[in-house]
Design a protein around this ligand. Structure first.
Ligand code: OAD
Length: 238
């Protein structure tokens, strides 16, 4: 297994880089992850809060949870790992940032195009007319919120059991297959289809570098698994 110096050399030489991030990249900004120590899914059940069925059953409860998360995220700022990815994007002729995060910290750090596989907590979508729009109000004045058309509004995120935004997975797969280096940062890599991008990139010939505070199911198959916080390791990799 390669070490940080070897990984840095691969990254320096690569013209084509793709990155996939998960909740762990925002942990040092103070945003709880879903799994692992302090993870949200220890205290909350996804089937009560993050499925279309949960929303149909109790939209107010789901919105209370999203409102609380919006409050937590609004207090957070991008960290050194988000900033390092902005720098990497500037350096590389071909660069794609794929994220499972809905927190918007990559946008706030200054990343350009971002493939947000699981949507964006700062966007709303009307369940009646399909309109979608940004909304950064914290807290939201009335729960559940409604659209101008009178329809019930939902968070602009992808819930369990729902398809990813149209065409986005294809674009992510294209980037993963074209990448010379595929960086995987702060994801437990258990949620599909996102997790499938890791073996896909590897089979397509990319050097895969993982950064995580704990080993994952993919650590043994990647080319380099760096153990530690992203905010410390990623700037060193650059
Ligand atoms: P998880 O919460 O499943 O995993 C977070 C990962 O980050 C874990 O493997 C941690 O070990 C790691 N980690 C924690 N702190 C870190 C740090 N400072 N530096 C590096 N790594 C760190 O989050 P995701 O893999 O993003 O989906 O979860 C995937 C999806 O499951 C989410 O997008 C969400 C969730 O349910 C939906 O809401 C649809």
């Amino acid at each position: 297994m390669a070490d940080l110096d070897q990984a840095r050399e691969w990254l320096t030489r690569a013209d084509s880089v793709a990155v996939m991030t998960g909740a762990g990249i925002s942990a040092e900004s103070g945003i709880p992850t879903f799994r692992g120590s302090g993870g949200l899914w220890k205290d909350y059940k996804p089937e009560d809060l993050a499925t279309p069925e949960a929303f149909a059953r109790d939209p107010r409860l789901v919105w209370e949870w999203y409102n609380w998360r919006r409050e937590t995220i609004a207090k957070a700022a991008p960290n050194a790992a988000h900033r390092a990815l902005v720098e990497l994007e500037i350096r590389k002729p071909r660069f794609t940032l794929i994220t499972q995060n809905v927190d918007g910290l990559h946008d706030r750090a200054g990343s350009g195009k971002i493939l947000k596989l699981h949507g964006d907590i700062w966007r709303m979508r009307c369940t009646a007319c399909g309109a979608n729009w940004p909304d950064r109000r914290v807290p939201l004045p009335k729960l559940p919120p409604h659209c101008a058309c009178g329809g019930l509004t939902r968070p602009g995120v992808v819930w369990f059991g729902e398809p990813l935004p149209d065409g986005m997975m294809k674009e992510a797969e294209h980037a993963a297959s074209a990448a010379q280096v595929f960086l995987v940062i702060g994801t437990s890599a258990v949620v599909h289809p996102a997790a499938g991008l890791i073996p896909y990139a590897k089979q397509s010939g990319a050097r895969v570098i993982e950064i995580n505070t704990e080993p994952t199911a993919y650590s043994a198959m990647v080319d380099c698994a760096l153990l530690g916080p992203a905010g410390e390791l990623l700037p060193k990799l650059l």
